[in-house]
Design a protein around this ligand. Structure first.
Ligand SMILES: Cc1cc2nc3c(=O)[nH]c(=O)nc-3n(C[C@H](O)[C@H](O)[C@H](O)COP(=O)(O)OP(=O)(O)OC[C@H]3O[C@@H](n4cnc5c(N)ncnc54)[C@H](O)[C@@H]3O)c2cc1C
Length: 426
């Protein structure tokens, strides 16, 4: 699927053209248009990035794809998937050291795209582990935390979840109510109380990164909670069942009732929204890539269906202009989305990516993926309703990607604030 177009194109350009051979003005041999890579994005990736992408795509197509239908039907996330990804070095891949691969942000984007080409739920489980929790520990944790948790997390043997959203506070995390106070009986410990909801991986997480307000300052702080260190009754993580999207991921609550957490498990130097927002920034960057993978899968499925399905005088429906327009719109948006994500990834690696850039690509790519997936769903007619065609699953999933990690309208407000200098949140 990810043919190294750059090598191919370089060979073509190096070969003398026929007109040059007869002494006329040199003409480049035209590079054929590839609907899978319309703007030649593969030319922008290094050999290493293409190799990583191929590894991820092969794993996802060969090992993940065969499981997704049953996982989605039964709302059954197989945690072995993260172990398998760990064996391939795909978890926390941008982190240097601690058993992680230390690849570029673009390479990690390509991994994310490969995973979400299969399913946004699998990508959610992967992103929470890699970007939100491992990334958070790497950025804000102490050296002890990094050495203790990151190697096992990189192998997928220890799973993490990220608890920010609460039942009464989603888009406005500055108002969270979960509180950390000195523990009344356990010296050197905080006591955490409060409730988090819609938390990916929470029912199976070994490590819970929870954001709570410190009672003494009222400032948000990050706490790493080890499930097996919590006394009975202080931590519950009930699953939220019967979702109508992202069913191949596992989602739940985090209920904390005077849960003792060692003082050493609080991120030492970061306070306020900077902590969670910095982690979210990395995950949102990944979502911008991932949703393009889901959209590309919708395009491939719709194209194949349209070429096979015949209506009116035995014509394939791909012959009709309205169907072609849907494919043209979606393919254009996917191509633009990949280029934009690549550009932000390059800037990220140079330390030049502003959070608003990430808001822009997260919002745009999620919105365009959802709009186009809904339009392509129409190509399947009644068969769109059967889960075996895969398109309905992507549509339901893409609604969630547009909603979580900052609903699209909230990202509009972030962009609006930076464009006008006036904030419109309240
Ligand atoms: C499957 C799933 C997995 C998730 N995983 C995680 C996770 O792992 N960790 C985590 O912490 N959270 C997670 N979330 C939570 C997610 O991030 C929140 O649902 C999201 O932030 C929106 O918050 P909310 O649901 O409370 O909606 P609300 O904040 O109530 O928003 C509802 C609507 O009102 C709009 N709105 C709100 N305020 C304004 C405003 N000022 N101006 C204009 N419009 C506004 C929003 O755009 C939205 O359309 C997950 C959610 C889902 C569905």
């Amino acid at each position: 699927m990810f043919r190294p177009v750059c090598k191919h194109a370089a060979r073509q350009l190096a070969r003398p053209s026929r007109s040059a051979a007869v002494g006329k003005r040199h003409l480049h041999t035209p590079v054929p248009f590839d609907w899978k890579d319309p703007l030649g994005a593969n030319n922008m990736f290094s050999e290493d990035e293409l190799a990583i992408s191929e590894t991820a795509e092969s794993y996802c197509q060969d090992r993940m794809l065969p499981r997704v239908l049953e996982a989605y039907r039964n709302e059954n996330f197989d945690r072995k998937i993260l172990e398998e990804m760990g064996e391939l070095g795909l978890l926390g891949a941008t982190i240097q050291g601690y058993g992680c691969a230390g690849v570029s942000s673009v390479a990690s984007g390509l991994i994310t795209r490969a995973v979400e080409r299969v399913d946004s739920g699998y990508r959610s489980g992967y992103s929470v582990q890699s970007a939100l929790v491992m990334g958070g520990i790497e950025e804000f944790g102490t050296e002890e935390m990094k050495e203790k948790y990151l190697p096992d997390m990189a192998k997928g043997k220890m799973l993490g979840c990220f608890g920010l959203t609460e039942p009464n506070h989603g888009s406005d995390p500055g108002s969270i109510e979960t509180i950390a106070k000195p523990h009344p009986s356990k010296k050197g410990h905080y006591s955490l109380s409060g409730s988090k909801t819609w938390i990916t991986n929470s029912p199976i997480a070994d490590l819970l990164l929870v954001w709570a307000k410190l009672g003494s300052t009222g400032k948000i702080r990050g706490f790493v909670i080890e499930r097996d260190q919590c006394p009975p009754g202080t931590l519950e993580t009930p699953p939220i069942k019967n979702k109508n999207g992202l069913r191949a991921s596992i989602t739940g609550m985090i209920q904390l009732d005077q849960c003792p957490v060692p003082e050493a498990n609080m991120f030492p130097d970061v306070e306020g929204l900077k902590g969670p927002f910095s982690c979210l920034n990395s995950a949102r960057y990944g979502i911008a890539w991932g949703t393009m993978g889901a959209l590309e899968d919708c395009i491939a499925r719709a194209r194949e269906y349209a070429l096979e399905r015949k209506q009116f005088k035995g014509n394939p429906i791909a012959k009709y202009q309205l169907v072609q327009k849907k494919l043209a719109d979606a393919t254009t948006d996917a191509a633009y989305g990949i280029l934009a994500a690549t550009q932000v990834g390059r800037l990220k690696d140079e330390g030049k990516a502003a959070p608003e850039m990430v808001s822009m690509i997260k919002r745009q790519n999620c919105d365009r993926a959802l709009v186009n997936a809904r339009a392509l769903q129409e190509v399947f007619g009644g068969n769109a309703v059967s889960d075996e065609y895969g398109i309905g699953r992507h549509v339901a999933n893409l609604f969630v990607t547009q909603t979580y990690e900052g609903q699209s309208d909230i990202h509009s407000l972030i962009l609006g604030r930076t464009i006008t200098g006036i904030q419109a949140f309240y």
